[in-house]
Every structure is written in structure tokens, then in C-alpha cells.
Write a protein that binds this ligand. Sequence first.
Ligand code: CP3
Length: 340
Amino acid sequence: MLKNDLLLRAAKGQEVERAPVWLMRQAGRILPEYRATRAKAKNFVEFVKTPELAAEVTIQPVDILGVDAAIIFSDILVIPEAMGLPYEMIEAKGPRFPETIQTQADINKLKIAEASDLDYVMKALQLTKKNLDNRVPLIGFCGAPWTLFAYMIEGSGSKTFSKAKQFLYTHPDLSHQLLEKITQSSINYLKGQVASGADLLQIFDSWAGVLSEKMYYEFSLSYISKICDALSPLVPVTVFAKDAHYAVKKISETSCHSIGLDWTIDPLKARKEAGNKTLQGNADPCLLYASEKAIIEETHNMLRSFGKDKYICNLGHGLYPDLDKEKVKLFVDVVKEFKW
Ligand code: CP3
């Protein structure tokens, strides 16, 4: 059905002619076209809730950058909102929760979200799928339970997430209750995404790196593992745990298909620890500030290190909004033109 199914084959460990490439935050501010569409909405939250606009910006990077996949334009924070905890996006600062979770009563009040509570995401997926016309696969996503928990307790972004971690240390039982509710909501949500057209799923654990190894396994990976078990029989699942390079082996023991890596881990080391799982990543987004020559050389080095099979080319985290679109396009082209 799909005209370009490189991503799906790579995720499943099947043979490919070349490595597929897509970029985290490819639908974003580096594209003037994104900024123009975003200006049509009152604010970020309304933008995410308007399926026509979300579908439009989801497809832009496929047309403009030539990437091998689309990722649905949304945010990980739609799950807390669907559970009863609304968020705001403060311009140039990031997310904020006017109310946070602090007590047993707060946790009791949260509902377990159903896919129908996120109907606007389902509609955006259906519309994107239709308009993509099977050119490339469509990626769905959610935040990892720990990363969502961190925002729900802390109330905003943070360098340390020390309030969220304080909660883990002082209320481990409540923490597990909240993580379980987020996990069940995420499973319902992702099943809905698959039913609405997502061909592959990614779980973003952006704040994995603030936990100790032991706490990461107890409070994060155990819940990610449940999500993988529920979804990996349906479509390939990628787990991206930022800054948790120690965890590659343990992540490879879940039922995920591929493991997203940031730039702090060496590709060859990751290969040794990842068993037969596909790897995704891991160029430093700041490489794209470098000269064209350096971008080409470093990208070639990375491709040689990972090898052609069981590999999805990406950055190690999202694109920064002030990157030059032409350099981003160069990165994509270098991957597509590489002679394996
Ligand atoms: O192209 C894509 O990758 C798909 C869309 C996407 C967005 N957010 C759109 C967005 C995805 C996959 C996310 C996930 C997300 N959201 C994560 C996990 C990935 C990561 O980056 O670690 C996190 C932690 C969030 C929470 C979030 N949303 C933050 C911290 C911010 C502010 C950061 C910033 O760049 O301003 C957002 C806002 C956001 N989500 C933007 C986009 C394109 C920028 C908002 C804008 O248009 O002004």
C-alpha cells in the first residue's frame, strides 16, 4: 500500500535499499510554512486542536524536506489535558500547568483518558493519512508516563525536575498510582492512533536523564514496557529515552522494535547493547549549525557506524527553531544519496 515503506521495514529489521530518514520536530518553526499556518490559530493549544491545521503542518516536511515519514503534529501534553489537567504553552518559554498534582485526591480526580477524549488527534491522523496518499508512513506518538508525570507534578519545564523527583522519593505509592493512570490513558490513546492511521509509534521519554538508573527502571521503563506490550503486536514501536544511554540494553529487553538514541552514546556501543533491535538517531542537532563540509562528513561517519540495516537515521533530539532550513535539507539529502 505505502509507496515508501523504508521506515517500516527498517523498524521491523527487514532489509532496505538505504536507511530511512526523518527528524524529530520536523514539523516546526524552522519552516516558514509552519509559522504561516501556526499564525492562523489563536494559540498553540488551539492549533493542536484544529485537525485541518495539524494535518497541514504534518505534511509540510514531507513536501519541503523530503523526509521518509510524517509525524503527526500534536504534543505529548494532550494526555494530561484529556485526564483533566489542562496545559498552556507560553510563547518562547514552554508549557505550563495552571494546576498540578500534589495529593491522593488530585490523583483520584484524574480520569483514565479514552481515545474518544482525543478526537481532534484522531481526526488529524485520519485527515493526514488521506492527504498523504500513502506516500510515506505516518508516525503517531505519546510521552512516556514518567515524562508526563514530571510535567504534571512540576507544573512546567525544569532543568532538574526536582519537585517531580521529590514526589517519587516521598510518595512512591502515589507515584505508582499516577504513573499507572497515565499508562492506561496512553495505551487507549495509542490504540486510537493506530485505528486512525498511525503506521508506527514513538514513545518520547524526554526527561529520562534526570533519574538515577535504578529509579529509571522502577518509575519509567516498567511503564514504557507495558505500553510496548499493548501496542507492539499492532505496529512497530520506538522508545526514545533521552540521556539514558545506560538503559539501551534494558530497553532492548522490552517488546519495542526500535530504540531512539541521543548523541551522547556511540553508535557501535549502542549496537552491542541493543541485541537485534533497530536503532534510531543520533546526530547532535547542533551539527546542523556547522559548515556544509562538516555536516556531510559527520553524517557519512554516522551512517557508516550504524550500517544500512536495522537503522533509522534521525537527530538525537528535536530540531532547534533557529536552524537553517537549507542545512536541514542538506542533512536529509546526504542520507538519501549515500552509497551503501
Ligand atoms: O514534528 C514533530 O516532532 C511532531 C510534533 C511534536 C511537538 N511536540 C510539536 C511542538 C512532538 C513529537 C512533540 C513532543 C513533545 N512536546 C515533547 C517530547 C519531545 C522532546 O522534544 O523532547 C516534549 C517534551 C513536549 C513538550 C513541549 N512542547 C515543550 C517543552 C515545548 C516548548 C519547546 C519549544 O520549542 O518552544 C513544546 C511546544 C511545541 N511542541 C512546539 C512544537 C512544534 C513549538 C511551539 C511553537 O510552535 O511555538
